[in-house]
Design a protein around this ligand. Structure first.
Ligand SMILES: NC(=O)c1ccc[n+]([C@@H]2O[C@H](COP(=O)([O-])OP(=O)(O)OC[C@H]3O[C@@H](n4cnc5c(N)ncnc54)[C@H](OP(=O)(O)O)[C@@H]3O)[C@@H](O)[C@H]2O)c1
Length: 312
């Protein structure tokens, strides 16, 4: 099969097309013939030296495709069924490939209302968004919520799920185009977190401060947003946001990781189907053979939504 893999750690240029054996299947695994793979900042970290040295290392933590084969113990799927999957640091190689072998528990049917191309963009970000809101923050109806970094992969989905839960959403976004995007996705109020007046916009939206925040990017603007969270409030962030948040008096800081699983994908799928039409902004799509270019684009920043690889 064709796969985009690295033989050493380094910049985007180390990602090259390889011809590799199709991964073998264990009893509890499925083989997915991939349609689309997600490209995330964590892939760039692995490429640069953040993980295993199993060269050649196929990158990619998530994607969509159809079931090509099933291990002897797998009963939940049918051949040719359309699925999506998230498996961080997948032991048998990642999703930048024509085929991936994944533990069947980390695979789910694509929810109604989502096509296979967009489904491949959201397993990691969708689980991260819904688990941040429902499990880490336990967001309630009518609560005012800051989504900081709302124009990125996780944020664009989190805004829609937070509206589904009935929250009042104040989003920070990157640039005026980012602000326009998050408003289109349903944010009740939005400000450019790089150049806008975060405090003034937040004060007019929630004069008494915010009880909750989902933090999707770090730095100075995050510190400014933290000051808007009132005493007794809670702040969740997925591990990977840098620098990691320090404890502060009166505020509960909740770091978390996205978890794939049968129950977890059911939870995500119910939210997607309840929305009827989840918007999945694709900032750029590249062929598998252009994976290095996809990483160059990722590292330029200002990605509104998600970058994907089209494989099929
Ligand atoms: N532990 C886990 O399970 C897990 C899973 C998924 C994601 N994560 C982590 O979660 C974080 C978010 O992931 P993601 O995929 O959504 O990343 P992303 O697409 O890079 O989103 C972050 C967004 O924040 C924006 N941003 C940066 N500074 C800002 C500011 N001052 N004001 C407003 N927006 C600002 C960025 O825009 P610009 O680039 O234009 O500045 C970008 O659009 C990452 O750190 C990732 O590693 C962790």
């Amino acid at each position: 099969m064709r796969a985009a893999a690295i033989d050493r750690f380094g910049g985007p240029e180390v990602l090259k097309i390889h011809t590799l054996p199709v991964p073998s299947l264990d009893h509890g695994e499925v083989l997915i013939a991939l349609d689309t793979a997600g490209v995330g900042i964590w892939d760039a970290e692995m490429r640069a030296g953040g993980g295993r040295k199993d060269f050649p290392l196929v990158l990619g933590t998530d994607g969509s495709g159809v079931i090509a084969a099933m291990g002897a113990e797998v009963r939940r799927f049918k051949i040719a069924e359309a699925v999506y999957s998230y498996s961080y640091d997948n032991p048998k190689g990642g999703f930048y490939a024509e085929y991936v072998a994944v533990d069947a528990h980390k695979v789910a049917p694509i929810p109604r209302g989502l096509d296979i191309h967009h489904a491949g963009a959201i397993p990691t970000t969708g689980l991260t968004a819904i688990q941040g809101l429902d499990d880490a923050l336990q967001i309630k109806e009518d609560e005012s919520l800051i989504i900081h970094g709302g124009s990125g992969g996780v944020g664009t989905l989190a805004i829609q799920f937070a509206k589904l839960r009935g929250a009042r959403v104040f989003a920070t976004a990157s640039g005026e185009d980012g602000v326009a995007l998050v408003r289109r996705l349903g944010a009740d109020s939005a400000v450019d977190g790089h150049h806008g007046d975060i405090e003034a916009a937040a004060r007019s939206f929630a004069p008494d401060g915010f009880p909750a925040m989902l933090a999707l990017t770090g730095g100075d603007a995050l510190e400014r947003c933290l000051a808007l969270v009132r005493s007794g409030g809670r702040v969740a962030y997925p591990n990977g946001v840098e620098p990691a948040l320090r404890r502060r008096p009166g505020i509960r800081i909740i770091p978390y990781d996205a978890v794939p699983g049968v129950r977890e994908f059911e939870h995500l799928g119910l939210a997607i189907e309840a929305l009827k039409k989840l918007q999945v902004p694709i900032a750029a799509a590249f062929d598998l053979g252009d994976a290095a270019k996809a990483h160059e684009r990722l590292e330029q920043g200002h990605v509104l939504g998600k970058i994907v690889l089209r494989i099929k």
